[in-house]
Design a protein around this ligand. Structure first.
Ligand code: CU
Length: 341
């Protein structure tokens, strides 16, 4: 039944599927690791065919208002009574607009560039001193360009040139340092490292992607690793590894449903010179960065006209194990629009 739809899935997904849009601002505390988008690393970007240009616009909204310690959900009250922190995060929203362009230089090689623009907002609560209670405050929003990413994908193996059923693709790239990592608050101190629009570091990326058509399903497995390097201010965000398993099912010519399962590992950050560190603030203690998590991502894809696609997905954490205590994601919504020329 879905045989005739096959090429539509193909045209968008088979070749390369890279959404590194998120690599930008890969400032990864567990709270922000999703916003940094690691988990999307190899799923969802429109892939251009040879001598074809693809453009994609992606909007993502990440809501963080859950506090976790290790594998269990805790509360702000508990976090404030069990620790000495006098500054705690209440909620954080991250909005990211990403423009991605891809070009197929040959049937085997494709190149991509992605440019993000971020808006991060945050509410916090601060102690007025022992016995004096807590006061809520809203931080000044951060709105700025994030880190651009450049990536190349090379198809290593395919079972046949025309309408392949299987393909193995390797990717190599770099997350640049185009976003600012030195935004300050009104008091002149650096904003939380994980709220900065960029990381200030040039981080190499490697990925491997396997796709297989199992009519009417398209199945893919991929892995991406980002090597975080130290930025000029002495801060090093942790390396991250994302392993993703996803499937797309062609319901009709113009409509697909998709599901993804992602395992994400993010190493803790290291603030060598202490410029971003404030041990009175939970968000500014590097001990509260990094961890492991598992995400589920149901979604739909609409292909209204030839060469165009719109997709919407929700990403939900189903299991997490954070280092220390962290503000983590409750949900994330991603909306993408792509066109190939
Ligand atoms: Cu804050």
């Amino acid at each position: 039944m879905a045989r005739k739809y096959r090429k539509y899935i193909y045209s968008f997904f088979f070749a390369s599927i890279v959404l590194f849009s998120a690599k930008s601002s890969f400032a990864a505390g567990l709270c922000c690791q999703l916003s940094s988008g690691v988990q999307e690393s190899l799923s969802g970007v429109a892939a251009p065919a040879s001598e074809e240009l693809s453009v994609q616009f992606t909007y993502s909204f990440t809501r963080m208002d859950k506090v976790m310690q290790g594998t269990s959900v805790t509360s702000l009250d508990e976090a404030s009574s069990s620790t000495n922190y006098t500054s705690l995060p209440v909620s954080m929203d991250m909005i990211k607009h990403t423009f991605t362009a891809g070009y197929g230089f040959s049937p085997k090689f494709k190149g991509f560039v992605s440019l993000p623009y971020l808006r991060n907002t945050m509410n916090m609560t601060m102690s007025n001193g022992v016995g004096l209670g807590w006061m809520d405050m809203t931080m000044e929003p951060i709105s700025a360009p994030g880190d651009a990413t450049v990536m190349g994908l090379y198809r290593i193996y395919t079972d046949r040139e025309i309408r392949p059923n299987k393909a193995l693709t390797a990717g190599i790239g770099i997350k640049t340092a185009t976003g600012s990592s030195t935004k300050t608050t009104s008091s002149g101190k650096y904003v939380h490292a994980h709220m900065q629009p960029g990381t200030g570091s040039w981080d190499p990326l490697v990925s491997l992607l396997y796709t297989q058509m199992m009519n009417p399903f398209l199945v893919q497995a991929d892995m991406t690793h980002q090597f975080a390097t130290r930025n000029r201010q002495g801060y090093e965000f942790g390396d991250s590894t994302a392993i993703n398993l996803g499937t797309t099912y062609a319901v009709a010519r113009e409509f697909n449903v998709s599901a993804g399962l992602t395992y994400l590992h993010v190493a803790g950050a290291d603030d060598r010179d202490g410029k971003y560190t404030n041990l009175n603030s939970l968000m500014d203690d590097p001990a509260n960065t990094g961890g492991d998590s598992l995400w589920l991502s149901p979604g739909i894809q609409v292909l209204p006209i030839k060469n165009a696609m719109m997709d919407v997905k929700v990403q939900l954490p189903v299991w997490e194990n954070v280092n220390g205590i962290q503000l983590v994601t409750r949900y994330r919504v991603v909306i993408g629009m792509a066109y190939r020329f």
